[in-house]
Design a binder for this molecule. Structure first.
Ligand code: ATP
Ligand code: MG
Length: 589
C-alpha cells in the first residue's frame, strides 16, 4: 500500500480551519465528560435525548429559522427549518402518545427517503420509543422477520409498500398494533387495519415536551448488512448522540451552516447516525435526496445545492470512476470542501481519483453498525495515505490483537503485522447488545476489548490499514492474504471496474486465490484479458499472493447497502448453501 503517494493535509486546510486541528493534542486532552458538554442535555438536567440535541435545542436558539432538512424529492422539494422540524416531530410524538404507544415501544419505519421517514424517526425518539428504520427495497420476508425479532408495535410506511410487502404477512405479527400509512396524494388512505398519517399525525398538537430520558435508554435498533451471514439487530442508546455529534464535528469536519449530504439510506446505520442525527446536532443543513444513485444526477446535486461536505461509499465512487472525469467538466463544485467514504474498503485508486476528479481525496473512515459511530478516520488536518482507514477518534482506543489458543488475546505491537482490529469498550455509541442474541453478543468481547471481526494492521505512524474481514481472509501456502489488497491491485488495471476475491480450497496450497472481476465499459472478457490480468497481478503482488484464477462477471453480488458479498461468490463457486440472502441486492447470475 505504501507505493501510493501521501496526500498532504494542506488540501483541506485552505478551505476552512479544520475542527480537529491538532490530532495528538486532541487525543491527549480528551475526555468523554468534555465531549458531552458539546451537547445541552434535556432542560432541568433531565437526561439526554437524541431528538432534543438534533432538533429542539436548535429550534429554541439562533438557528430556529434556518434550514435543518432540505429534501430533494423525485417530484418536488421541501425545506424544514429547525422550528418547523420541532413542530412536525412534536406532532408525531403526540400522535404516538394518543395511540397508547408507550415508552420503549418499538417503532419501525419502512419507507424510501421521504420527509415522513425523518419526522417519524425523530418524533418517536422524542416519545422515548425505540426506532428501527428498514430499507424499503427489502422483500416481504426480510421485513416480516425484522418486525418479528424487533417486536414492532407500530409501523410507519407508505400505502404502496404496505400493500406490496406487509399486508399479507400481518397475521404473523400479533405485536404490531398500529400501521400508519403515508398516502401518495392529498387524500387520506383507507386501507383496512391501518391509520392515515395525515389524519393521525398532522392533526396532532405541535406542542410536546420530551419526557426525562435516561442516557442509557434504548433509542435505536439497527440490523447489520448481512455481508457475512444472518443480520444481527444492534441495540443503541440515547447516549450515542455524544458520539454522533463529536464524529460529525471531527471526522466529517462539519461546520455550522454547512450543506451536508450523506448518500446512505437510513435503513443502514450510516443513513441514521450521519443521514439524520449528526448533521442536525451540529447545526448544519442536512440534504436528503430521494432518488437512487445516478452519477450525473449526483453531480447536479453537488453543484446546484452547493454541497460543502459529502459522505458516500466505495461502491458509488467506483461507479463514478467507471465514467471517468468527463461528466465533471465545466461544473462549479467550488463549495465542496470535504469528501468522506465508508462501508467498504476504499481502494487507493479511488482516493486518488477523488483528487483527479474533485481536487481533493476521499477521506476513508471505518466503523460498524455495532459501533454506532465513526471509530477510525482520515481527519481533515491529517495527511491521507491512500488505502489507509486513518487513525482512531479521540477517546477511541484501537488495537491489533491476536487470539491465543487458550481463548485469550494478546496485543500485536509490531507495525504492519496483521491481527484482529479491536476497540476498548466504553465509547458512548457502542451497541448495548444484539437483540435476542446474547451469546452472539458475548462472543464479541475478550475482557475489555471488543473484537470487530475485521483484520487490520497499524503502521509506525499509527495509521490503520484494512486487510479483510476475518471470515474472508485467505490462507494460501502459509500466507495470510487479505482480499482487499488483491482487489485493489486488480483495480489498478484500466479494464477493471470491480473485483471480489475469495479463497478456493486446494489440496496442495490449502486455499488458492480466486478473483471475480467486472469490467469497465469498452473491455471484453476473454482469454487474452484474463492472461493480462493474471500477469498484472503477479507483477504487482508476487506469485504467492496474486490470483491463480480469474472469472469475469457482469456484476458482483452485493448487499443492498452496496457491499460485495464474498461469502456468496464463494458459496456459488463451491456449490455450497447460499445462506441468508435477505440483504442481497443484485443477483449476478
Ligand atoms: P454483517 O455484520 O451482517 O456481516 P456488515 O459487517 O457488512 O454485515 P455493517 O455493520 O453495515 O455490516 O458494516 C461494517 C463492516 O463494513 C465493517 O466491519 C467492515 O468489514 C466494513 N467496513 C466499513 N467501513 C470500512 C472501511 N472504511 N474500510 C474497510 N471496511 C469497512
Ligand atoms: Mg459486521
Amino acid at each position: 500500500m505504501g507505493r501510493y503517494p501521501r496526500i498532504a493535509k494542506a488540501h483541506a486546510a485552505h478551505r476552512a480551519p479544520p475542527n480537529l486541528a491538532d490530532y495528538d493534542a486532541a487525543r491527549r486532552d480528551f475526555s468523554w465528560a468534555t465531549a458531552r458538554t458539546l451537547l445541552d442535555g434535556l432542560p432541568g438536567g433531565h437526561g439526554l435525548n437524541i431528538a432534543h440535541e438534533a432538533v429542539d435545542r436548535h429550534a429554541a436558539g439562533p438557528r430556529a429559522d434556518r434550514a435543518a432538512l432540505r429534501w430533494i424529492g423525485r417530484a418536488g422539494e421541501r425545506v424544514f427549518t429547525w422550528r418547523q422540524l420541532r413542530d412536525a416531530t412534536n406532532r408525531v410524538a403526540n400522535a404516538l402518545r394518543g395511540l397508547g404507544v408507550q415508552d420503549g415501544a418499538r417503532v419501525f419505519v419502512l419507507a424510501g427517503r421521504i420527509p415522513e421517514l425523518y419526522l417519524a424517526v425523530l418524533g418517536a425518539l422524542k416519545a422515548r420509543c425505540v426506532v428501527c428504520p428498514l430499507f424499503s427495497a427489502f422483500g416481504p420476508e426480510p421485513i416480516a422477520t425484522r418486525l418479528e425479532i424487533g417486536e414492532a408495535e407500530l409501523l410507519v410506511t407508505t400505502e404502496a409498500l404496505y400493500r406490496r410487502k406487509v399486508e399479507a404477512l400481518r397475521p404473523r405479527l400479533p405485536a404490531l398494533r398500529h400501521v400508519l400509512l403515508v398516502g401518495e396524494g392529498d387524500t387520506a388512505t383507507a386501507v383496512s387495519g391501518t391509520l392515515d398519517w395525515k389524519v393521525t399525525v398532522e392533526a396532532a398538537s405541535p406542542d410536546f415536551a420530551i419526557p426525562p430520558t435516561d442516557p442509557e435508554d434504548m433509542a435505536l435498533l439497527h440490523f447489520t448488512s448481512g455481508t457475512t451471514g444472518r443480520p444481527k439487530g444492534a441495540v443503541h442508546v440515547h447516549r450515542a448522540v455524544v458520539m454522533h455529534h463529536m464524529t460529525g464535528r471531527y471526522a466529517l469536519d462539519l461546520h455550522p451552516d454547512d450543506i451536508f449530504w450523506c448518500t446512505a439510506d437510513p435503513g443502514w446505520v450510516t443513513g441514521t447516525s450521519y443521514g439524520i442525527i449528526a448533521p442536525l446536532t451540529n447545526g448544519v443543513t442536512n440534504l436528503v435526496v430521494e432518488a437512487e444513485f445516478d452519477a450525473q444526477a449526483w453531480y447536479d446535486v453537488l453543484e446546484r445545492e452547493r454541497v460543502n461536505v459529502w459522505y458516500t461509499a466505495p461502491t458509488a465512487i467506483r461507479m463514478m470512476m467507471k465514467l471517468g472525469t468527463e461528466p465533471l467538466k465545466g461544473r462549479d463544485l467550488s463549495a465542496l470542501r470535504f469528501m468522506a467514504s465508508v462501508g467498504e474498503p476504499l481502494n487507493p485508486e479511488a482516493v486518488l481519483w477523488g483528487v483527479e476528479a474533485f481536487g481533493m481525496p476521499f477521506h476513508d473512515n471505518w466503523w460498524q453498525t455495532e459501533t454506532g459511530g465513526i471509530m477510525i478516520a482520515n481527519f481533515a488536518a491529517m495527511d491521507v495515505k491512500p488505502g489507509s482507514m486513518g487513525k482512531p477518534l479521540p477517546g477511541v482506543e484501537a488495537a491489533i490483537l491476536r487470539r491465543e489458543d487458550d481463548g485469550g488475546v494478546s496485543e500485536v505491537t509490531a507495525p504492519m503485522v496483521e491481527g484482529e482490529l479491536a476497540l476498548k469498550a466504553g465509547w458512548p455509541s457502542m451497541m448495548r447488545g444484539y437483540l435476542k442474541e446474547e451469546a452472539r453478543y458475548r462472543k464479541c468481547f475478550a475482557g475489555e476489548w471488543y473484537l470487530t471481526g475485521d483484520l487490520a494492521t497499524r503502521d509506525e505512524e499509527g495509521y490503520f490499514w484494512f486487510v479483510g474481514r476475518a471470515d474472508d481472509v485467505i490462507k494460501s501456502s502459509g500466507h495470510l492474504i487479505g482480499p482487499f489488497e488483491v482487489e485493489s491491485a486488480l483495480m489498478e488495471h484500466p479494464a477493471v471496474a470491480e473485483a471480489g476475491v475469495i479463497g478456493k480450497p486446494d489440496p496442495v496450497a490449502g486455499e488458492i486465490v480466486k478473483a471475480f472481476v467486472a469490467l469497465r465499459p469498452g473491455h471484453e472478457p476473454g482469454e487474452p484479458l484474463r492472461r493480462e490480468l493474471l500477469g498484472h497481478a503477479r507483477k504487482r503482488l508476487g506469485a504467492a499472493v496474486a490470483p491463480k484464477e480469474i472469472d469475469f462477471r457482469a456484476n458482483l453480488p452485493k448487499t443492498r447497502s452496496g457491499k460485495i458479498m464474498r461469502r456468496l461468490l464463494k458459496a456459488r463457486e463451491l456449490g455450497l448453501p447460499e445462506g441468508d440472502l435477505s440483504t442481497l441486492e443484485s443477483d449476478e447470475r
